[in-house]
Design a protein around this ligand. Sequence first.
Ligand SMILES: [Zn+2]
Length: 392
Amino acid sequence: MALSDLRREMVLDAIAEYDLLGRDAFLERYGYGPARDYFLLHQGRRYDSKAIAGVAHRGVGGRPLRADEFSGGNATVARALIRLGFEVTTPGTAIDRHSVEDLLQKINSLRTATSPVTRAPKRHQPLTLLWAIGRAVRGEERLTSWQTTSAELRALIEEFGLDDDRPNPEFPVLRLHHHGLWDLPGHTDAPPASGQVAQRWMRTHHPDSGLQAWVHDLVTAQENVRAQIVVRLLTVYFHGVDLNALLARVGLAPDGGSPAPGRREITTTRAIRDSLLSEQVKRAHDHHCQICGTRLALRQGFYAEGAHIRPLGRPHEPGNLLCLCPNHHVLFDRGMITIQDDLTIVDMVSGNRLGTLRLAPNHEISPEHLTYHRRNIGPAHGTEDRTAPSAL
Ligand SMILES: [Zn+2]
């Protein structure tokens, strides 16, 4: 009877049961109190780590452990789970509601310059954030040398910045620092983000830098919050950009895989990367259907589908995507359900109003696409040429 005998699949079994029962029922069934500080993080969700370890133990001893049968405390449980490759929050990384709101507010109030030519907002800060979030998801170190940061950001800005953007990584890093999102440990005298003074200061100090620790913890632990940030940045700053290519480039792939190293590889994996944006939208909703609120629990995680409002996936942007369960995906795709501009959902068979579309922070639905759907996809328009919806 030892936690050191636990194996990874036993823990996954306990997690699956927790998902099916829900937190309260799971804790009640096995007699555990709610965790305060130590949470196991798995696929963006949090689990009471001691209860999970105790229930997983049935794979070792034939029965789950009660809370009072553990030889060690929470820290022991955390160590055992970390050894099996899981991530566990410790007291210093506790996440509260306030910090989620604070982070979304900061992301939604970035101050970026605009292009003097096109008036489009500059992409330096959004690209810096996406790059750092991609690193965090892959479990890379929060703080990075200036040499690495500047080289990688320079390449990213050249590839995905505005045509008239200069690839100066000093400015977004300093701006994000003064905005409270970026950490320059040991430096309290960072200059404002403009002019040669800023560039000279960075060249002189070569600071290690990265997301603030609390921001890093949040985007690592909270899959839905992370996706809400990504969706917001893509919606506001990257009009006309191949968003899937950008997501692949910064390594925001569903499996947290390594970033595509260059354009050629991106092209050859088009089929895979076409689903990356849908994945972000689904995660922003935590896989709840925007029409009925259901989410399907599968062994490998929750399931939902990314549904295009205007069909054929064009444009492939967050405002043209909904997160739906398979049933509502089919009904919406066949025009049996439409959505009004005020987000009222209408059943086209009975004419009844079914309620209001569920929203997630930062995922805005384009009224223009809803209008297109009502005018062109309604049941009156015939559906015989529309193929079955493809799950993305
Ligand atoms: Zn549904």
